[in-house]
Design a protein around this ligand. Sequence first.
Ligand SMILES: Cc1cc2nc3c(=O)[nH]c(=O)nc-3n(C[C@H](O)[C@H](O)[C@H](O)COP(=O)(O)O)c2cc1C
Length: 162
Amino acid sequence: MTTEKLKEHMKQAMGRLGASVTVITSHDGTQKYAMTATAVTSLSLDPPALLICVNRDNGLHYALSDGAGFCVNILYKDQQDISDTCAWKEKGEERFNIGDWQSSEGDIPYLMNAQASIFCDLDDTHVYGSHSIFIGKVKKIITRNEIAPLMFVGGNYFSPPE
Ligand SMILES: Cc1cc2nc3c(=O)[nH]c(=O)nc-3n(C[C@H](O)[C@H](O)[C@H](O)COP(=O)(O)O)c2cc1C
């Protein structure tokens, strides 16, 4: 199989691995960043830590490469417009024009009405191929009561029946 074909098959196979949609935010001291992401995984409970995978071409990658902290905002099922905005509809700080964004310590924005917002200090980085793995040591969490995730499966948004 050619490399191009393998990449296509990889995308199709990963599309079958349904995942909850998040928006990862950061601030590099000058500018705010937001990026829609599904490559977010719980890593450790002691200490509480998670990992995210970010394409090295993405704006957020520059902030995190400089050691900035970040926040993982887990979206509700009715926040598809925020996901699209932070993936492709807008660029740079224009991404914060929709949604109820507030600033936390270090000026890192968080979404007031996300299912959960998980604030992390950057603790480790591993570059691999097109992406980097960033490990975040969790320092603060805000959760809301209702559990109703926005998911992404087979290239489409999906929400599980309540
Ligand atoms: C549902 C969904 C999930 C995504 N997950 C990731 C991800 O985990 N990591 C990543 O690097 N890009 C992911 N992307 C793509 C980025 O959101 C997109 O490339 C990025 O926002 C481009 O930002 P930039 O214009 O600042 O470079 C995802 C996009 C969508 C629609």
